[in-house]
Design a binder for this molecule. Structure first.
Ligand code: NDP
Length: 400
């Protein structure tokens, strides 16, 4: 069917590449391009004997638009799947615009020197993408990603109006380290050490980091502490879900993680302000990333499950209704299949599916869109087929 250029070769990309190779009818050729080409070559060597997908590799620094344009012009992909870091979103979108190529990512743009993420920078490309006749699909991971698809599905099939959404992200996996992050430590720590916020009655209400705590009894997992965080899909769902009154996002954290994080914060290790060290400028958080375990190395040692989903409350036929859509994923099952833990798996699978939606023209609107702006049904079917089956409950425990 077509060609995809995958940028980045970390934890999430590794899963997406496995999934593209399992889906070689759609992904006939892929190119894996990243800063460190040897990582791309290693993945190619591991997978090429197992798949009909033809795999190419290249070195690219995605901070440079001209390098990206040259690579896209050479390979001529139908879609560019950005699985590098949020810092590269705009340069990759610029290159897609210049070459009229479709774009998919899993995280919204964040400037490297400010711990702030929001969609405004990428939404500013709407007219340009529309005029160029190409599509940008923003946020095709799990959260954001599947959470937006779940919301669109709930609205389409179960409600006339959704008033409340609680997104619950539970990772009950245990990797045996006192402290490690399940995806890129720099991005993860920037996210959890920032102020929290939720959307209510037309505006964001800000909270202190980890200020709001709840305990929730997760299906197939049990009781866990969870904390309210700001999260990027709150911004787009607030716009795209008519009748919405409140959206909150909660993530579970264990006590050991929180105690270590507080200590690292207190000693200044999570700062993104450069400091002078032995005549060199270093960023403490980037140094911390270098000493922490590589998330990709957690796969073999992580046991337990994740449960990520959305609880909806709204109205159907004039009556109040609640509905819970979620996926449960087992870390060791993921490792057996693609040699990755469930956090990378739950992001890499939807990334492949998002690229597939554009390659097959199942989703074919021109411009820049968040995932909940498309028909959720084919994506929901694909989740069941490609390893993230979803479950539903009509009598969920609610979060107060
Ligand atoms: P990793 O750090 O494991 O991988 C990032 C990859 O990007 C590395 O291969 C790195 O290359 C490459 N890269 C970084 N900078 C550049 C550059 N300038 N040019 C080319 N390649 C570059 O991260 P993850 O795989 O954990 O995360 C990938 C993305 O997924 C992130 O944006 C993250 O925010 C997002 N994510 C989204 C989730 C969701 O549910 N929506 C959940 C989890 C993650 P090198 O190895 O050479 O450094």
């Amino acid at each position: 069917m077509g060609k995809a250029l995958i940028i980045g070769c970390g934890g999430v990309a590794n899963v997406a590449i496995h999934k593209c190779c399992q889906n070689s009818e759609v992904f006939t050729e892929i190119m894996i391009a990243s800063r460190t080409k040897s990582k791309c070559d290693a993945v190619k060597e591991k997978l090429e004997k197992t798949t009909a997908t033809k795999i190419h590799t290249a070195k690219v620094d995605a901070d440079h638009v001209d390098e990206l344009i040259a690579l896209i012009n050479k390979f001529k992909p139908d879609v560019v799947l950005n699985l590098a870091l949020p810092y590269q979103d705009l340069t990759i979108m610029d290159a897609c615009l210049a070459t009229k190529t479709n774009y998919v990512d899993t995280a919204n743009y964040e400037p490297i020197d400010t711990a702030k993420f929001e969609y405004s920078w990428q939404w500013a490309y709407r007219e340009k993408f529309k005029e160029a006749g190409i599509t940008a699909l923003l946020g095709s991971g799990f959260d954001p990603g599947v959470t937006g698809v779940f919301s669109a599905y709930a609205l389409k099939h179960e409600f006339d109006e959704i008033n409340y959404i609680d997104i619950l992200d539970c990772n009950a996996g245990d990797h045996g380290y006192p402290f490690a992050t399940n995806f890129n430590p720099e991005i993860n720590i920037r996210e959890v050490s920032a102020n929290g916020s939720y959307w209510e009655d037309g505006h964001f209400v800000e909270t202190k980091p980890m200020e709001i705590k709840r305990v929730y009894n997760f299906p197939e997992i049990g009781e866990k502490d969870m904390y309210l965080l700001h999260h990027e899909e709150l911004e787009s769902l607030a716009l795209n879900m008519p009748g919405i009154k409140r959206i909150r996002f909660f993530m579970t954290f264990g006590q050991s993680y929180l105690t270590h994080l507080k200590c690292l914060e207190n000693v200044g290790m999570t700062s993104i302000e450069p400091i002078e060290y032995e005549g060199k400028q270093i960023v403490p958080l980037q140094f911390l990333k270098a000493v922490l375990p590589d998330p990709a190395s957690l796969g073999p040692r992580t046991v337990g499950k994740t449960n990520i989903g959305c609880i909806f409350k709204g109205k159907k036929d004039g009556k109040e209704k609640t509905y819970y859509l979620y996926n449960v994923c087992d870390h060791q099952e993921c490792y057996k299949e693609v040699e990755s833990q469930a956090i990378s798996y739950t992001t890499g699978v939807p990334a492949m599916i998002g690229a597939m939606m554009l390659m097959t023209k199942t989703w074919d609107k021109k411009g820049v869109f968040n995932i909940e702006e498309f028909d959720p049904d084919p994506f929901m079917d694909a989740l069941n087929k490609w390893g993230l089956p979803w479950k539903e409950s009509f009598t969920p425990e609610m979060v107060d």
